[in-house]
Design a protein around this ligand. Structure first.
Ligand code: BEZ
Length: 236
């Protein structure tokens, strides 16, 4: 008998990604161990053969190369069996067109989780939304296997892929340049310098030294041009 605690386990930002072994459409995986050295998005969808999920899979698959160029692999999951996954992905490729995307082959692994064991470990099963279907969870896991960001959407709401990609790039930019990224940041926008003490003295910050502009002691930005970010974050 599983405890209530197991059903509502919710990994948090900064936690090590819970480990599991699973069967996928691309063979067996051992997560996050198999992804050491790469960023990975682990995401769940409610069910195979449903329309919002279908639109999302076509979009994920069409963007896979773009995510890979940003050092980020994709891994999907739903509480369905392997043969359902295989049949659904075949139907998507053969029959479904969405926003001009068609003949789309899903090449990233899709986990079968008929026992719900992974969904429960990751808080993907949220019983007041559905007790049998995973919500649309998105875990951004870094090359050391640490969860760095989490986004949850309900069953009825398809994900925003510009935002998922923005998160992947922004997390890497923050790491590589030791900065934070403000509201709606995209490469080329100014970045935020950490609090006084961590990045120069308060005096220098207010005097505009150290390549930064301060509006007050707590709000300092600096330029970081788009090419510099993309050169560091994207593969050649
Ligand atoms: C969908 O993907 O269309 C969907 C799945 C589960 C519940 C509602 C919508």
């Amino acid at each position: 008998m599983e405890t209530e605690q197991e059903i509502i386990a919710m990994p948090r930002i900064g936690d090590k990604a819970p480990e599991f072994k699973a069967v996928t459409t691309q063979g067996n995986i051992h997560f996050p161990n198999d992804y050491k050295g790469d960023w990975v998005i682990l995401f769940s969808h409610p069910a195979d053969f449903t329309p919002v999920c279908t639109s999302e899979f076509i979009t994920f698959a069409s963007l896979e190369e773009k995510f890979l160029k940003a050092n980020c692999k994709l891994v999907g999951l739903s509480i369905d069996g392997l043969y359902s996954h295989i049949a659904w992905l075949r139907s998507i490729k053969e029959k479904i067109e969405y926003k001009g995307m068609k003949n789309v082959e899903v090449k990233f692994p899709l986990i079968e989780d008929i026992t719900m064991s992974v969904a429960k470990k990751y808080g993907m099963l949220q019983p007041n939304e559905s007790s049998t279907k995973a919500v649309r969870a998105v875990f951004f896991v870094d090359p050391k296997g640490i969860i760095r960001a989490i986004i949850y959407y309900p069953l009825s709401l398809g994900r925003n892929f510009d935002e998922l990609y923005r998160v992947v790039v922004a997390l890497q930019a923050a790491d590589k340049f030791e900065v934070a990224t403000p509201a709606d940041w995209n490469p080329g926008d100014d970045v935020i310098i950490g609090p006084a003490g961590s990045c120069g003295t308060a005096e220098n910050r207010m005097q505009g030294k150290e390549d930064m502009e301060c509006k007050d002691w707590y709000f300092c930005t600096r330029k970081l041009d788009k090419d510099t970010v993309l050169k560091k974050v994207l593969k050649k």
